[in-house]
Design a protein around this ligand. Structure first.
Ligand SMILES: [Zn+2]
Ligand SMILES: [Zn+2]
Length: 345
């Protein structure tokens, strides 16, 4: 079967590899039908992240279930599913505690589509083995276009994670989003607006992303990050830019929350005394993934949000090498389903 391999910045190719097989009773084999790039993949393809090829790239997809092990009870052949980006055992204290992104039973960080974290393959491939499928898969709601939610494993629920739960704690709070890295910032704007933020302020230097943020209801500010952007109880740094991260940390309201998606690969000197005096809750990490997928999908399914403006292009799956190499905002590679939807249970 084919697997998309990242070779070096701007260079990707299909490679022939052995088809994955069921190895444990809880496994499933799935066939991606809509796959897209994570913001981290964009940085990798542009040569702006410290990951050297060759390796199978991609960890965001919607897939159809091709085969399930005898221990899988929630899914059947033909089901349309979102595949968690992280590999999880479903049983350790992190998996049962809502942190399956930090599963203890696999090598730290185990996931699809990055080097050195296990040989799991990537989502731009003909087939993918899913470990603990009942835990790792989420059904795509009836009637939702797979292309629209190709990002529902990672970046889309990441945008939800940074906004909706915080706005439930602080209804109507103002939200600051430092953009620059890609889609997560825009998803955060989308969810924050829909979740009732009084004001969503979005900073970026890229005109096309500013326009998308405005379409989601943000007050868009064009240009390099200022030293301080105001005072906000909820802030998201999805900039991959040190100056923007520092702006985020200086713009937080007393005891507010700053969440950073990363993309900062070196050391950063933080204004810790300023942060201490004000009180800051700072999160940086890969996001919890699986536990937020169904919630993010529900917002799309009932129309509270529409992530379509973030999609930069929809192209045939076969064209993945050239389309992914372009590193556009959110390219979605699609192909028709080959299996009939199973009859309702
Ligand atoms: Zn990712
Ligand atoms: Zn686990």
């Amino acid at each position: 079967m084919r697997e998309l391999v990242f070779l070096s910045p701007g260079k990707l190719e299909w490679r022939d590899v052995a088809e994955p097989e069921l190895q444990q009773a809880g496994d499933a084999i799935v066939r991606p039908v809509a796959a897209t790039t994570c913001d981290l993949d964009r940085l990798i393809v542009r040569g702006e992240a410290p990951f050297a090829g060759p390796f199978a790239i991609g960890h965001e997809c919607v897939a159809e279930v091709v085969e399930v092990g005898e221990g899988v009870t929630r899914f059947r052949r033909g089901d349309l599913v979102v595949v968690n980006w992280h590999i999880s055992c479903a049983h350790c204290d992190h998996c049962t505690g809502g942190r399956p992104n930090a599963c203890r039973s696999h090598p730290p960080g185990a996931m699809y589509g990055l080097p050195g974290l296990g040989d799991w393959g990537g989502t731009f491939s003909d087939l993918l083995r899913v470990v603990q499928a009942d835990f790792a898969l989420t059904p795509v709601p009836e009637g939702v276009d797979p292309a629209l939610v190709a990002s529902a494993a990672d970046n889309l629920p990441f945008g939800w994670e940074f906004t909706v739960p915080h706005l439930e704690q602080s209804p109507g709070a103002d939200v600051l989003v430092m953009g620059g890295c890609g889609s997560i910032a825009l998803y955060a704007v989308m969810f924050a607006s829909a979740a009732g933020a009084s004001r969503v302020q979005y900073h970026d230097t890229d005109r096309s992303r500013l326009v998308i943020a405005e379409s989601f209801g943000a007050h868009a500010v064009e240009g390099p990050p200022p030293r301080r952007a105001g005072e906000f109880p909820i802030i998201i740094d999805a900039s991959a830019d040190q100056a923007a991260l520092l702006c985020a940390l200086r713009s937080v309201a007393p005891e507010g929350i700053v969440s950073s998606v990363g993309g900062h690969f070196g050391d950063v000197a933080l204004p810790l005394f300023e942060m201490y005096r004000r009180g800051v809750r700072f999160y940086t990490g890969r996001g919890r993934g699986g536990p937020n997928v169904a919630a993010a999908l529900a917002w799309v399914a009932d129309g509270r949000v529409n992530p379509a403006p973030v999609i930069s292009c929809i192209a045939p799956f076969d064209e993945a090498p050239s389309v992914v190499a372009e590193a556009s905002l959110k390219p979605v590679l699609i192909r028709p389903r080959t299996m009939k939807t199973p009859p309702a249970r």
